[in-house]
Every structure is written in structure tokens, then in C-alpha cells.
Write a protein that binds this ligand. Structure first.
Ligand code: SF4
Length: 160
């Protein structure tokens, strides 16, 4: 269904605010997974000057039939292998920002986070993500586009 054809009677019909503060909290925490598609894997490999096989060996792991970016245990939890806490003082940034996977691009507008205002508040508190609820106002349509991009991303290993 096209985002614009959906009823605008959901709780975020007036939009939601989001502005990343570069705290890095969404890239760490408990053990998790950063899924990526084969195309995203190739783009990340190319950005690092690696062939795909070497990239997968160095920076990813299998979880069941799927493949996730690696994590490293740090002071604040399990950091994504590409989380950079040193380049910008007081900030935690993505070391491969231009080629980061869809899962990262669509945060925080994941389907489970926008199911309800309670789910949004819970995701904001659990991460915690200080960027949720502040900054730029994302319209209803923009939010739906992000949500649907996240739904459509086919993780590595599912169809390859
Ligand atoms: S938790 Fe929120 S504010 Fe912090 S880096 Fe992630 S998106 Fe940005």
C-alpha cells in the first residue's frame, strides 16, 4: 500500500520530531543485530576498499540464516563494529555513515517503534534516544516512507 493512501488517523498524523544528537546509544547496548542486504554489504565493502568476502569475514557474523555486522563489547555495551567514539570529542558517530544499512537509516521510525505512542516512548526510554521528540518535524508521509523502507529491506542471507 502506498504511504499516502493510508488513513491519517494514526497517533502520529501530525508528525514526529527527531534530530540525532550523535550520542551513539542506538548503536550499542545489549547484544543485537544490524542486518544488511547483499547490496549494502557490497557498498560497505567498497567504501572500505575490501572485496566482499574479506568484508564479510572481518566485519560480520552469521546469526541463523542471516548475517549481521559485528559488535564489540565496550564500556557502554555492545558497540556496532563501525561505531566511532574517538573522532569527534564527546560524540559517537558512524564510521561508514554514507553507506550504513537501511536498518540504521530508518531509525527511529521502525514499525515496532511507531505502533503506538507508548511504543515510541518505550523505545525512546529504552535506548535511550535523546533525539526522539526533538528537532525536525517529520511529516506523516515521511514517517510512513521510513517505516516501509525498513519493512522492505531484505537481510543478507534470506534471499542470497
Ligand atoms: S540514540 Fe538517538 S540521538 Fe543517539 S545516536 Fe542514536 S539516533 Fe542519535
Amino acid at each position: 500500500m502506498e504511504p499516502t493512501s493510508e488513513p491519517a488517523s494514526v497517533w502520529y498524523q501530525d508528525g514526529l520530531r527527531f534530530e540525532c544528537t550523535q550520542c551513539g546509544n542506538c548503536c550499542t547496548g545489549g547484544p543485537g543485530a544490524v542486518w544488511f542486504t547483499p547490496d549494502e554489504g557490497r557498498a560497505m565493502a567498497a567504501s572500505l576498499g575490501l572485496d566482499e568476502e574479506e568484508f564479510l569475514r572481518r566485519y560480520s557474523r552469521r546469526i541463523g540464516t542471516r548475517r549481521s555486522l559485528n559488535e564489540h563489547r565496550g564500556e557502554r555495551g555492545f558497540d556496532c563494529t563501525f561505531l566511532d567514539r574517538t573522532s569527534l570529542p564527546g560524540k559517537a558517530v558512524c564510521g561508514i555513515y554514507a553507506v550504513r544499512p537501511q536498518q540504521c537509516r530508518t531509525w527511529p521510525f521502525w514499525p515496532e517503534n511507531i505502533e503506538s505512542d507508548a511504543a515510541w516512548a518505550e523505545a525512546k526510554a529504552r535506548t535511550p534516544c535523546p533525539g526522539m521528540g526533538r528537532g525536525r518535524l517529520y511529516s506523516f508521509v515521511e514517517i510512513r516512507i521510513q517505516r516501509d523502507l525498513d519493512r522492505k529491506a531484505t537481510p543478507f542471507g534470506v534471499d542470497s
